[in-house]
Design a protein around this ligand. Structure first.
Ligand code: ATP
Length: 261
């Protein structure tokens, strides 16, 4: 399988804090890659680097064979339009309705008229499984699961080839999270998307990821199938994949609860 994103020798640093050093990563066409790692290992910084929101100190990022870091002007904008991003909190504009939020990139980046953009927004709303009535609502009027779906609809507005998700199921109850997992899988298959997904959710990893990349020690420690990654001899990997939650996710059973005494 060919790589749609290739990261080589990446260094990200904030002041004296080095977050990534010599990080290498491939995102393969058509896959769902789950990106995991301890808190502060730089998963979100990596996502932001891939979409051009964070400029690294060293290394290269190639998207579809084009060098993101040297590209400028219209070619860079065209490349950016091939990426759809779902940020952690949804990042919808609170003063706009769901429909207006989705229509905005269509008006601003695709030059659509307002009526055309709102017709297309209605299609995207249906695509992510929201009722048509959600279009007229403001983000504050939606449940957490609906906000994620609305934000996903906006991420899909410009028909991207790659979807980047930052903690897509965080804050959702297990049933809504499982439904969102299923939606991502369906959309990947139906639209031929490639998916880069930062997550802490072991159930999501088990349910929909083709490969997993573990961030540790400022780089990608290991990437591969769940079985390959889980077999890695590393303390964080052991705790994460073989602790109570990891075992529960692997078995499909809820993890044991510890009760306060
Ligand atoms: N713009 C910034 N300026 C300074 N430091 C930053 C900036 N962005 C991120 N960092 C630092 O980089 C490190 C990695 O942050 P990041 O948000 O990528 O971690 P993460 O792996 O996504 O963590 P979590 O799982 O807790 O969300 C953190 O120590 C963070 O404080």
């Amino acid at each position: 399988m060919s790589a749609v994103i290739e990261v080589r020798g990446l260094r990200n640093q904030f002041g004296s804090q080095i977050v990534h050093e010599n990080l290498e990563l491939d995102l393969l066409r058509g896959e769902i890659l789950g990106v995991v790692g301890g808190s502060g290992t730089g998963k979100s910084v990596l996502l932001r680097t891939l979409v051009g929101l964070n400029r690294p100190q060293a290394g290269s990022v190639h998207l579809f064979g084009q060098d993101l870091l040297t590209l400028a002007g219209e070619p860079r904008l065209a490349l950016a339009r091939r990426l759809g991003v779902l940020f952690q909190q949804g990042a919808l504009f609170s003063s706009l309705t769901v429909s207006e939020n989705i229509a905005l990139p269509l008006i601003e980046h695709a030059g659509l008229s307002r009526p055309d953009a709102s017709r297309l927004a209605a299609l995207k709303i249906a695509l992510v499984g929201l009722p048509a009535s959600a279009g007229a609502k403001y983000p504050s009027e939606l449940s957490g699961g609906m906000i994620k779906r609305a934000a996903l609809a906006r991420a899909l507005a410009l028909d991207p080839a790659i979807l980047l998700l930052d903690e897509p199921t965080a804050g959702l109850d297990p049933i809504s999270a499982a439904a969102f997992d299923a939606l991502i899988l369906t959309l990947r298959d139906a639209l031929g998307l490639t998916v880069f997904m930062v997550t802490h959710d072991l159930d999501t990893l088990h349910a929909i990821s083709d490969r997993i990349a573990v961030l540790a020690g400022r780089r990608v420690l290991v990437s591969g199938t769940l079985a390959q990654v889980a077999a890695t001899d590393d303390p964080w990997v052991r705790d994460y994949f073989h602790g109570p939650r990891g075992r529960a996710a692997a078995s499909g059973q809820p993890p044991p609860r510890t009760h306060p005494t």
